[in-house]
Design a protein around this ligand. Structure first.
Ligand SMILES: Cc1ncc(COP(=O)(O)O)c(C=O)c1O
Length: 422
């Protein structure tokens, strides 16, 4: 159901009346006591707010707070909190059996579910603590010698850069940084920039599927071109996974690292590493040199955070039940709404493309003249209890607003009114 222009105007007038009233009304979409509806909801039939209210009642965000920083850390719904709690209870009540039960669940349910969600084989993925750990494993694991070159974009996250800087210092690998502008110009421009840095010494291209600021790279096209030249492609999928359906096999990259505690809404401290079956020969690992599958080859040994890993299954079930296609549409609906509003505010420059091929559904970055982004984060929290983030990178002093399906247009209206008044 499309909201009428009049009701939006009425709401805007209402918002201007009282800050306390606003915060109460915006925060009340999260019904703390209703978390058990998790399995009762229907797949939403459209992107508007009304269809998502039942799903949103699974979240337990503190009343009065509005969370628009999902790109930093996802806000798990109550069923995830319950799942982690149940895992720890199992270990505490009966450590031996509790642990075995969780290990069983992880290998028999969680890994297969993870693999099927992203269309990879179960022995091509391992669970990690986060994307950073996976990025370290994939980058430190690639077999390279002194003088080999690696192409990187200037938009990489420090988590992806650090292991490469280490390889540069320790192994004499040469890092070639390619400047990529914000907003992205076109798919072809991104491809051309990265590929024109390739030389006969290039052994790998390392880049994001979706950058920290929400720019979307053409992974499949880059992986295709690289493969024809015998170059490995190592992808950082931390910001991509959970925002839209992803078929990693079809992308064709050799390694893919991701967070699960961002857009998948899994418990904090969860991520995964994928290494393509027939790319394993390009990698080495200190953990099990003779292993044939990526699981034991790359998986650091020892006792794991079993309750967290088991709860990843609950998160994947929750997300899959809603449908990643639905989540993509809903996130687009909200970020398009946000962008439309930003375009009407004086002195705002949006750095996220309108083109769906170039931007992720959930994250929007923009600059406002004479507004320091870091300062704005403080102002939004102080004035209206909104949590957003800065994006002071790549020469930009930008603000990042990352809206997941649980946000709504009322919250965006309030955000825009406040931005307008700063
Ligand atoms: C693009 C990108 N890569 C990697 C990371 C690191 O993710 P994690 O905290 O799961 O290690 C982030 C975190 O914000 C990110 O935005």
């Amino acid at each position: 159901m499309k909201e009428s222009r009049k009701s939006k105007l009425d709401r805007r007038a209402f918002f201007k009346k009282s800050a306390a009233g606003i915060i109460g009304s915006v925060g009340s979409v999260y019904a703390h006591t209703n978390f058990r509806v998790a399995n009762d909801f229907k797949r939403p039939s459209s992107s508007t707010d009304l269809n998502w209210s039942t799903i949103n009642s699974n979240f337990i965000l503190k009343n009065g707070v509005t969370y628009m920083n999902n790109a930093s850390l996802g806000m798990p719904p109550m069923i995830i909190v319950d799942a982690v709690k149940a895992g720890y209870e199992g270990i505490s009540k009966e450590p031996l059996h509790g642990k075995r039960k969780l290990q069983d669940k992880i290998s028999k349910n969680v890994i297969p579910l993870l693999a099927s969600t992203f269309n990879v084989k179960t022995d091509e993925v391992i669970l990690t603590r986060n994307a950073s750990e996976a990025l370290f494993l994939q980058t430190l694991g690639l077999v390279l010698k002194k003088g080999d070159e690696v192409v990187l974009s200037t938009q990489e996250h420090p988590a992806a850069l650090k292991p490469w800087i280490h390889r540069g210092a320790k192994d004499g690998v040469i890092l070639k940084y390619v400047f990529i502008p914000s907003p992205l110009v076109s798919k072809q421009d991104t491809i051309n920039r990265l590929m024109s840095a390739v030389s006969s010494k290039t052994k790998a291209i390392s880049f994001c599927h979706v950058t920290r600021g929400g720019h979307k790279y053409p992974v499949k096209e880059i992986a295709n071109l690289a493969r024809r030249k015998g170059i490995a492609t190592l992808v950082d999928g931390a910001q991509a996974v959970g925002q839209f359906p992803i078929d990693i096999k079809n992308l064709g990259c050799d390694a893919y690292s991701a967070s699960l505690h961002k857009w998948i809404l899994a418990p904090s401290g969860s991520g995964f590493l994928f290494v393509r079956d027939n790319a394993k020969r390009f990698f080495e690992s200190p953990f099990d040199l003779k292993a044939f599958t990526i699981n034991s080859f790359f998986d650091p040994p020892g006792t794991k955070d079993y309750p967290v890993r088991a709860a990843v299954g609950t998160a994947l079930n929750f997300i899959n039940k809603i449908g990643l296609d639905n989540i993509e549409k809903r996130c687009r609906y909200l970020s398009d709404y946000l962008k439309d509003g930003l375009k009407k505010i004086k002195d705002v420059k949006i750095l996220s493309s309108d083109n769906y091929n170039l931007s992720a559904p959930g994250s929007t970055i923009f600059e406002k003249k004479n507004l320091d982004a870091l300062e704005s984060v403080r102002i939004f929290e102080k004035r209206i209890n909104f949590h957003i983030d800065e994006h002071q990178r790549d020469g930009h002093d930008a603000i990042r607003v990352s809206t997941h399906f649980y946000n709504n247009t009322d919250q965006i209206d309030l955000f825009l009114d406040t931005l307008n008044s700063i």
